[in-house]
Design a protein around this ligand. Structure first.
Ligand SMILES: Nc1nc2c(ncn2[C@@H]2O[C@H](COP(=O)(O)OP(=O)(O)OP(=O)(O)O)[C@@H](O)[C@H]2O)c(=O)[nH]1
Length: 331
């Protein structure tokens, strides 16, 4: 439970809102019932109930995007109903609700929900005492929403940038080692659950140190970028390319059949040998490929691909070695 709260920002906000609603609305509901104001008490209970049901749904289903929109609508609609029933005393509830919308859903959706809430109140004759009060409400509601929008947009952009940095290799644009560990773990779990075949291709540029030593790291970097681009251009969209480290890449092929794995690795070998160019001519790569075995851990699967790559290096480079099948280097 704590893990989900820590890792799912929207779920944590929804849970906090549910808790705040419970603590904040319950005393008012009780107070209304004690005062004999049954109608207001029931409205408070209904708002609280809808908020708690939506939060529970988010926890059970994990669909926090959808639940966030519903919760923002419920909170704004609830605040509007309270304002209509209680006049200017109730209007104050709308302002925290307008801000909360931006925590619950995407900025543009929040703007839409907030605009509907503000417009709904503006169209009521009974809420505002004077035109001046109405004008102040429209202006303050828009200022609150605009500030929250700018803040939320900035926040979303920063979150996306952080996600990019956490997942992708800065130089080549391939996914990084951390993302690879997670994806291999997920692939092994999926294989254990559904039996979907999973293939791994590990490739390492040949004599790359020479390029660096003779032409410098900048040229080396350009070749790494070219290599990642060439591999990405010759795989399916569902396949994932990772930079394992240095001049070594790993390719995860979800759903690939065993007989296709060798063909894919051989095609990539040919593509690189033909199209990857350094200042001194073609640059080749060596490949090790392995299918995930039943009950095998992702670490052992990776080790077998690595061992196959090692054999490819020792088998003359610019070739493919399969961990599962024929161990002789293929070209
Ligand atoms: N330009 C550049 N070079 C890198 C980067 N990461 C690692 N390298 C270089 O990659 C080279 C790897 O050298 P080795 O491990 O000896 O491998 P190799 O020369 O390719 O030899 P084989 O793999 O046996 O064919 C080293 O010179 C590293 O400095 C990088 O991000 N950019």
């Amino acid at each position: 439970m704590l893990y989900r709260l820590r890792n799912d920002f929207r779920l944590s906000i929804m849970t906090m809102l549910g808790a705040c609603a419970f603590v904040g609305i319950t005393p008012f509901a009780v107070y209304r019932f004690i005062q004999g104001d049954l109608r207001s008490g029931l409205v408070d209970v209904a708002i609280l109930g809808l908020i708690l049901i939506t939060v529970t749904y988010a926890w059970v289903s994990g669909r926090t995007g959808y639940s966030g929109i519903i919760l923002a609508i419920v909170a704004c609609a609830g605040a509007c109903v309270v304002a209509v029933m209680q006049g200017d005393n109730g209007i104050f509830w709308l302002f925290p609700t307008l801000i909360t919308s931006f925590f619950l859903t995407r900025p543009l959706v929040a703007v839409l929900i907030n605009s509907c809430a503000i417009l709904t109140l503006v169209l009521q004759d009974t809420v505002f005492d004077s035109a001046e009060q109405l004008g102040s409400f429209i202006a303050s509601g828009m200022v609150v929403s605009a500030c929250a929008y700018v803040f939320a947009l900035r926040n979303e952009n920063q979150r996306k940038q952080l996600e990019q940095l956490a997942i992708f290799d800065f130089l080549t644009g391939a996914k990084n080692r951390r993302a690879m560990d997670q994806s291999l773990q997920v692939a092994a779990a999926e294989h254990a659950r559904t039996g979907v075949p999973q293939g791994l291709v590990m490739l390492d540029l040949d004599h790359f140190k020479r390029v660096n030593d003779v032409h410098g790291h900048t040229v080396g970097d350009e070749i790494l970028v070219q290599c990642a681009q060439l591999v990405s251009a010759n795989i399916r969209q569902a396949d994932q390319l990772f930079r394992f480290g240095g001049e070594e890449f790993v390719l995860l092929l979800n759903g690939v059949q065993e007989d296709k794995l060798a063909a894919i690795a051989l095609n990539l070998r040919r593509q690189l040998a033909t199209n990857l160019r350094g200042p001194d001519g073609p640059i080749t790569a060596s490949f090790g490929a392995a299918m995930l075995k039943p009950q095998e851990t992702w670490e052992s699967w990776l080790d077998r691909a690595d061992a196959a790559l090692y054999q490819a290096k020792h088998g003359g480079r610019d070739c493919v070695v399969l961990a599962n099948g024929d161990p002789s280097p293929q070209r």
